[in-house]
Write a protein that binds this ligand. Sequence first.
Ligand code: SF4
Ligand code: ZN
Length: 737
Amino acid sequence: MSRLVAFAAIQGGYNIVSKVEGKYQRALETYNADTKVGFPNTAYYLPVIYSLLGLKVETLEDMKKPLEVARKLLPPHVKGKNHLPYLGPLLDAGMAALFAFEIEEAIRYLEDPDFYLFSEEIDQEAGKIWLGAADDTVFRKRGVEFVDGSAPGFAAIVGAAPDPETAKMIVEEYQRRSLYIFLAANQNGTTVAEQLLQAGVQIGWNTRIVPFGPDISSAIFALGFANRAAMAFGGIKAGDYNKMLHYNKDRIYAFVNALGDVNAEWAAAAAGCVNWGFPTLADTDIPEILPTGICTYEHVVANVSHEEMVQKSVEIRGLKVTISQIDIPCSFGPAYEGERVRGADLHCQMGGGKTQATELVKMAEMNEIEDGKVNVVGPDIKELKEGETLPLGIFVQIAGREFQTDFEPIIERQIHHLINYIQGVMHIGQRDISWIRVSKQAVEKGFTLKDIGVVLHAKFHQDFGAIFDKAEITLYTKQEDVDELTKRARAEYKMRDERVEKMRDEDVEIYYSCTLCQSFAPNHVCTVSPERTGLCGAYNWMDCKASYEINPTGPNQPIEKGECLDPKLGQWKGVNEFVQKASRGAVDHYNFYSMVIDPMTTCGCCECIAAMLPACNGVMTVNRDYTGETPCGMKFTTLAGVMGGGASSPGFVGHSKFNVTQRKFIKGDGGLLRMVWMPKSLKDEIKERLDKRGEELGYPNLYDMIADETVGITEEEILPFLQEKGHPALNMEPLVG
Ligand code: SF4
Ligand code: ZN
């Protein structure tokens, strides 16, 4: 071990501890000792101190003890007398520095509560780009990804790259490997976070690039995050430092990239991270610490070029990641799934009410199609000017010995997240209401419609290779072709929907879960029963069953429904237990057949959202394709914004179009006869089934009794109409008791 780096780190440890002791003294002079301190909205106190020392820092007074521990750790005073499993004075000094950093940040929260933005996203306009400590909501949502493998770990980058382009290159390579990128510290006043913004990269928890803070002390938030994950998901008890550090070493693939000159404080922080098994790679010529021991391989590696930084970091930490080599000009991977394409970034779009956009997957004969062929029929994105639109039909043909028509909807539903995986491209919706937004950056990189086909072909092979052999994709952008595909697709959707028509919820013991949407709505769990299709309209009970057959560990799991707790509202013990687990405790029960009392959770994909209209003693529903006002006072987009995040919102529920005419539709609230308003387009779209269902319920002219926007868009406007028609809802028991 180099004496020089050890010296720098130990010196850094002394500097930091002394500095923080000074800050602490000053805080004590300003505030009472019993003043509350801590990071916002967390049950883990100051998490590094709490997890390693078992100390709960809740007041200014409580900071005294951990600061004393830090002071004592500084070598050489307490050699051999400390409690932690240190392998050398260097690591002690590093640990002391980290404890001090955590206290320093807590003092900052006390003295300057607005320094950090309390949010998952930055507010660039207001110049607020530092997010500070993740609160427990964010940490629960994101931390689990470190445990379930969807994020293999994180790269903590401190300092700044020589220029924005280099910062962007490094970070995007990490994103492609699905790693989180935690940013802290500055180099002569410049930070990677600011460089990324200059280079047009979106930062925030949604893109896995987290700007913690501009000082080296904010690097502590990364370690606090890792330790909380180990406590919450790894079952490690607070104070069990041995298990804690081992857990991190073995399970969390993390490392530090130090960009720019490494001063004594940085050296101390790097030494501290070695306790976790997290190595540091620097782009400058600092003394290396190469012998392996605590870290999987080397501890500190110097002189790494920017081109090699990512590859070397990943190698040194022993991380194995599979990168899907998909030949498109944009980056691709789950890290981009949550990224949005906002108005100012938008180059062009397809669907979303502006044009028709439709998706259809159909089985083909083996000799009918050519694997990997992508056809673009009609104008492509290159021909569009900024702000223009195109109609779009995505037609996927699949052939294979093991393929069945039952699998079509499952493959089709993947289109949503796979297109979202493309950096700079956003996909919303499904079936004949899909919507694709393409950003300027994607177009600048050379993105064209063909790339959608390339992505779908490659990913279908990777993810579903077992059930098929060939995929050919055609993208239509001429109006007449899109219309023709849409017509065909609607007939297919209808056939799929009606496959569950004869089944009753009472007839089956097994329902199916769907958690496909958790990447957007982390607590959202759809439970799909024969008489309640998924709220996106794309998955019914049969589809979930087929999906489970294809992928037994996938997002559609069988749920033994178990004891019926409420036949009227539709609640089962087995479902509740499943939902509680799958929502990570956020939702512990819900009702299948009620929108008024504890309805099912809703995510942003729903085809329709129902809302109560108390003055009419009824309910309304509005579909995504209707953009006008509604009698509940909110447009579809507003409703979806309010409740599309995966919560159960009494009084509202997301549902599919088909579900409106399923027998159990809000049965607990009075059923379909409660429906007093719908957009005309929806009413017409489902008229045939509406008539049939109305007849079964004794109201063959129900279609005529339901008001629409031609009657009115407020409760007052539609009530006289309902009275005149003798709408059955008016004589039902009160909707809200
Ligand atoms: Fe699955 Fe529900 Fe999302 Fe549809 S809306 S894909 S059923 S989780
Ligand atoms: Zn969804």
